[in-house]
Write a protein that binds this ligand. Structure first.
Ligand code: ADP
Length: 293
């Protein structure tokens, strides 16, 4: 072969080889990058799974402990309550109705009732199974619990606004438990407003469709949530209130999660806290009607 075409042929072959090598390297690099991305997303999925497991474990062990405590304390507490009530009756029968001893016994009765109420909440914390759930209209149950809470908020001089959709909002829930969640959120909101000493205290509850589900928001014009406690709000027994149990929000979370929903907290743009409960929507209206009849 004459030298010029040979040199051309050799140069073209070399260029071709270089091109093929570079293509192969690019392919290899792309495959490696894909693998790394897959591994990262697998690690992230594992981390999320572990977080969920740790959370479930925490909820379960807290639940078991709560159930044990509630069981052990119920009997002595009932005895304390009935003995104190009997003491008051004996005092009254002996003309000591408003005496200091009656005042002491009345305080005992009041505190024993408070402790019993705490036990009820502890028991509720253990939770029931989602098997009791049916498809219910969230709008109706939010309206019901808002009407109930209004009595307490009126007494405390706090305005309670409600914004509900015109159409039914079907979701698979236990309505009593969902009412308990909204009630807890409204009560916390009212506490926050009171603590902030607002003259124009206001709590607003809204229910609106969100994607295929529903979002219930409870917002207040209290002082908001300090950033350092924001990550701890849903921990069992976390409370910033002097007489707080710290079970309200963790109970709300375990209830909502049992119905495949979620609950989150943030500070509103205009101050105050905003709690959002998200629940998946249910499609079968017939089932809803049967369940709510
Ligand atoms: P508790 O009401 O017994 O303290 P919760 O679990 O219901 O228990 O609430 C935990 C904590 O979350 C409260 O002590 C409070 O610090 C904070 N929190 C709850 N709701 C609000 C709110 N609307 N605004 C500000 N902080 C709140």
């Amino acid at each position: 072969m004459p030298p010029l075409p040979f040199a051309l042929f050799a140069a073209l072959s070399l260029a071709g080889l270089a091109l093929v090598r570079s293509l192969l390297r690019h392919r290899q690099e792309a495959a490696l990058a894909r693998e790394a991305a897959d591994a990262a997303s697998r690690r992230e999925a594992l981390r999320q799974h572990e977080t969920k497991l740790a959370h479930a474990l925490r909820i379960n062990s807290m639940g078991e402990m709560a159930s044990g405590i509630a069981h052990e304390l119920t009997q002595p507490l009932t005895a304390l309550l009935s003995q104190s009530q009997a003491g008051r009756r004996i005092a009254a029968a002996n003309g000591l109705a408003d005496s200091p001893i009656d005042t002491v016994l009345a305080a005992n009765v009041q505190q024993a009732k408070r402790a019993a109420d705490i036990l009820v909440r502890l028991r509720a914390y253990v939770g029931r199974s989602a098997a009791e759930a049916g498809v219910h209209d969230l709008a109706r149950h939010v309206a019901d619990i808002v009407a109930l809470s209004r009595i307490d908020l009126d007494r405390r001089g706090i305005a309670l606004a409600v914004d509900l959709p015109g159409a039914p909002a079907p979701a698979r829930v236990d309505p009593v438990e969902i009412e308990q969640v909204i009630h807890n959120l409204i009560r916390n909101a009212a506490d926050a407003v009171e603590q902030a000493g607002r003259a124009n205290g206001r709590v607003a509850v809204a229910l609106a469709p969100e994607g295929a589900g529903h979002a219930i928001t409870v917002r207040d014009n209290g002082a908001g949530i300090p950033p350092e406690i924001l990550p701890r709000l849903f921990e069992p027994f976390f409370s910033s209130k002097p007489d707080g149990m710290g079970l309200g929000l963790s109970l709300c979370e375990s209830i909502v999660e049992r119905f495949d929903g979620s609950i989150s907290a943030e500070n509103g743009a205009e101050g105050g806290a905003v709690f959002t409960v998200r629940l998946p929507g249910a499609r079968d209206m017939r089932e809803r009607e049967e369940a709510t009849e």
